[in-house]
Ligand binder design. Structure first.
Ligand SMILES: Nc1ncnc2c1ncn2[C@@H]1O[C@H](COP(=O)(O)OP(=O)(O)OP(=O)(O)O)[C@@H](O)[C@H]1O
Length: 265
């Protein structure tokens, strides 16, 4: 089931070699080989509990793999200091809660911390960058609110804004659109498209296969260690998605674009 992707070594951004990730004794992903090149946009799909978040947490160096190697910019993860890695990788995880009082602008400015030297306050450039992210995600009016007072969708957009403020070349996104209404989903997708067009590499976890419309590559995780990865055009088929979700998925074309839909049981 597993295939390796081909990629130009010269442009390698993230190189994943023979990666094994486990939860207890259960393998979530076995022998994962991916060559993620600079500027690519990857969509990661799979059932609940198949290991998508665990994989992203591993790529963010929050968790250690059971085996295998990860290279960032052709250098082993082991050689990167945490501070240097934080300038290279932004990670939006699923946790938007904060255990202590924090305003929206403080949260977004936390995305600038990897770029500040010890004891330095944020500069006017950092503040301008934070304001830009607030405006892009339609949350400027929430700037001085306490995070704890926000709705789920508002808090999600704040977390995304903080990840974008980090200005990292590689962005790991764990369900960035969860809890967003349709208009704000389209807005966030447009912002992510801009980030990708600006040259940033994106790896995004989602439960919507149609998010593949703006992905160059797709990784399917089957929850038993098996996986399938490659260019979107090759991987996104009704057959593969029906096997992935263990339910019938069909596709239809609208104005030249293929849309995937689950069939009622
Ligand atoms: N601390 C933990 N202790 C025990 N099991 C865990 C722990 N953390 C995660 N798991 C299990 O590991 C598996 C993978 O979890 P993960 O969060 O990576 O899944 P996911 O694919 O992101 O799921 P979802 O689509 O629901 O977000 C799940 O079965 C989960 O229950």
């Amino acid at each position: 089931m597993a295939i390796a992707t081909q990629g130009s070594r010269a442009m390698s951004h993230l190189s994943i070699r023979s990666l094994l990730i486990k939860q207890g004794e259960r393998p979530l992903c076995t022998g994962l080989n991916l060559e993620v090149n600079r500027g690519e946009s990857w969509l990661i799909l799979g059932e609940n509990g198949c290991g998508k978040s665990t994989l992203l947490a591993t790529l963010a160096a929050w968790l250690k793999p059971a085996a295998g190697e990860i290279h960032l910019n052709k250098q082993s993860f082991k050689k990167w200091s945490g501070a240097e890695r934080a300038k290279e990788i932004a990670w939006l995880n699923q946790q938007d809660d904060c255990p202590f009082p924090l305003s929206v602008i403080e949260k977004i400015l936390s995305g600038r911390h990897p770029h500040l030297s010890h004891w330095n306050w944020e500069s006017s450039d950092d503040l301008r960058l934070a304001d830009e992210q607030l405006a892009r995600l339609d949350i400027s009016h929430l700037k001085h609110r306490d995070l704890a007072t926000l709705s789920g969708g508002e808090r999600r957009r704040v977390s995304l804004a903080a990840a974008l403020a980090q200005q990292a070349p590689l962005i790991l996104l764990d369900e960035p659109l969860s809890q967003l209404d349709l208009r704000h989903q389209q807005q966030a997708l447009s912002v992510l498209r801009e980030e990708n067009q600006a040259g940033r590499t994106l790896l995004m976890v989602s439960h919507d296969p149609n998010h593949a419309h703006q992905a160059s590559h797709v990784l399917l995780m089957f929850g038993n260690g098996q996986w399938l990865a490659g260019p979107t055009i090759e991987i996104m088929t009704s057959k593969n998605l029906s096997a992935l979700y263990r339910t019938e998925i069909r596709s239809t074309h609208i104005e030249g674009q293929e849309w995937f839909m689950p069939q009622p049981r």
